[in-house]
Design a protein around this ligand. Sequence first.
Ligand code: DAH
Length: 344
Amino acid sequence: MDELEAVLAVASDEVAATQSLAELEELETRLTGRKSALAELRRGLSKLDESERPAVGARLNAVAEELAALVGSRRRILEREAEDRLLADDAVDITLPGVGYRTGTHHLITQTIDEVVDIFVALGYQVATGPEIETSWHNFDALNTPWWHPSRLDSDTMYVDYGESDDELPLRTHTSPVQARVMMAQDPPVYVVVPGRTYRTDTFDAAHSPVFHQMEGLAVADGITFGDLKGTLAHFAREYFGKERTIELIPHFFPFTEPSAEMHVSCFNCDGSGCPVCGRSGWIELLGCGMVDPNVFEAVGYDPAEVTGFAFGGGIERIAMVRHGITDIRHFFDNDLRVNRQYI
Ligand code: DAH
């Protein structure tokens, strides 16, 4: 019994000192398990004198209950602590900044094409595309370009060497051949824009790239006039460069339009007074245009007595460079993300 009282005397401190449920369980086994002093005494009860048995038995039970109560209350504390720790570990601090993911973006060329196409789609135009490997007929002949025209030479145009072919196969030098393809595939009226990649025998430098992009426009119907061309291009200039913009059409020559013109837009940077963006002239040269030459209509099977039309075409890189103040065309193709990320 003395031994048991001694165990009970320190049990309270021992229980309080346990730091985990596992430690507590170990202690509980030592205090009340099969090999504990308590169990030993219980087993010895029968050997006691009949007169001593009730008192000793009662004390044994009381001590057992006390130990169980001590262990039980410590267990509840340790369980709550464990639970609190779990919650703390799992806690999410919603005031911390989130993990950001950098999403991709369209290349500035694609953005520019999309923006220009949208302006014409809003006017009712459709979008057409054509092959990048063309026939000389579509790229030149159908567009009223004589056989001797220097633009057909290797010095201007790259050709694909593709076995036997009825015609030469240039990499298209402009998007204009799609004019012929669209007109041959459908009856008038035609309202299309044609964005796409084009190729010329140029050395890659600040102002030239052998691969670049153009966008063509074509409107053909009964009674289309040069005034329609001018109004359409003025609308485009205002939509793309700002509503203050005006345009001028300067006479020029293209084989496939007659008359032909070069479209200039008043400089959005200096409003026409002259600055580095417009080369001090106040005007920015943007694209070529004109009234579709009757010879083109004849080549594609349209009757020039029935329809008239206008066409225009210009470089996408040029438009983007002017608008964003980019001075080197190579920035479009170098894939330097520091450049690309400026136009997200
Ligand atoms: N295809 C011409 C070029 O690449 C641009 C052009 C001029 C397109 C006049 C046209 C046009 O449709 O009418 O320089």
